[in-house]
Design a protein around this ligand. Structure first.
Ligand code: PMT
Length: 218
């Protein structure tokens, strides 16, 4: 495990899912335990970085030396991430819900018919917004969670969201992606790629930080 220093750097890391409320009882959200993002925050703090960890609803302890901001929805996560800028790097490991109910019902929606139609609206794309921000961090790193055609979709996100690196992982298979303690990443940048793992997320976090440091502009 490399210990290349991150002293003097400020990192913002997002982790976990977001929950988008339908009513006071129900929500829609993505699957994510937060383990991948928390491991990155922990490894970065251990290397001396000042780390702000913006966490969706997860049941994980705050890593030592990390400033944690708890949020619930994509909108709250956006406010916290943008509010944490400026930073030297942003690592978006959160599984942000892409859609939220257009309106949150003030009371519990009662069952009436066989079908219920919800109107959903797009949530803010936090990663793309950070990459286009006037205070854009030097390095903006996204994740891509894919079930198939991983490189195609990961490279699409790299271009569309204008980020520097995309760490892609397979989801929907055992031993990688969400909830598992292990993962396998392929990290893409404009003219290259590197496979990391399979390995525990704690180890991959360090390997990802090494890759980020290697690609840090001089
Ligand atoms: O939390 P774990 O259980 O450890 O699982 C880890 C993980 C599988 C959640 C993690 O490794 C991962 O892949 N995180 C990204 C999941 C995801 O939502 O990917 P995406 O392909 O839908 O999004 C692409 C990128 O855009 C991500 O960096 C995401 O944070 C970002 N995004 C997406 C939508 C949105 N509205 N705003 C965003 O910032």
């Amino acid at each position: 495990m490399s210990g290349a220093s991150l002293a003097g750097r400020r990192l913002v890391v997002s982790a976990g899912p977001t929950f988008e409320d339908i009513d006071p009882v129900r929500f829609i959200g993505n699957r994510s335990s937060g383990k991948m993002g928390f491991a990155i925050a922990e490894a970065a703090a251990r290397r001396g970085a000042r780390v702000v960890l913006v966490a969706g609803p997860v049941a994980l302890a705050t890593p030592a030396g990390v400033e944690r901001i708890d949020v619930r929805s994509a909108r709250q996560m956006r406010e916290a991430v943008i509010g944490a800028l400026p930073a030297d790097a942003y690592i978006g490991a959160a599984a942000v819900a892409d859609y939220a109910p257009a309106q949150v019902a003030p009371g519990k929606i009662k069952k009436k018919d066989e079908q219920l139609t919800l109107e959903l609206v797009r949530t803010p794309d936090i990663l793309a917004e950070v990459a286009a921000h006037p205070q854009r961090p030097t390095l903006v790193v996204g994740f891509a969670a894919e079930t198939h055609d991983v490189e195609f979709y990961a490279r699409g996100k790299l271009e569309k969201k204008r980020v520097d690196l995309i760490a892609a992982n397979r989801v929907g298979v055992a031993g990688s992606g969400f909830e598992s303690d292990d993962n396998a990443l392929t990290v893409y940048w404009r003219d290259g790629a590197r496979a990391l793992g399979p390995a525990p997320k704690t180890q991959l976090a360090d390997e990802l930080l090494d890759l980020i440091l290697a690609r840090w502009p001089a």
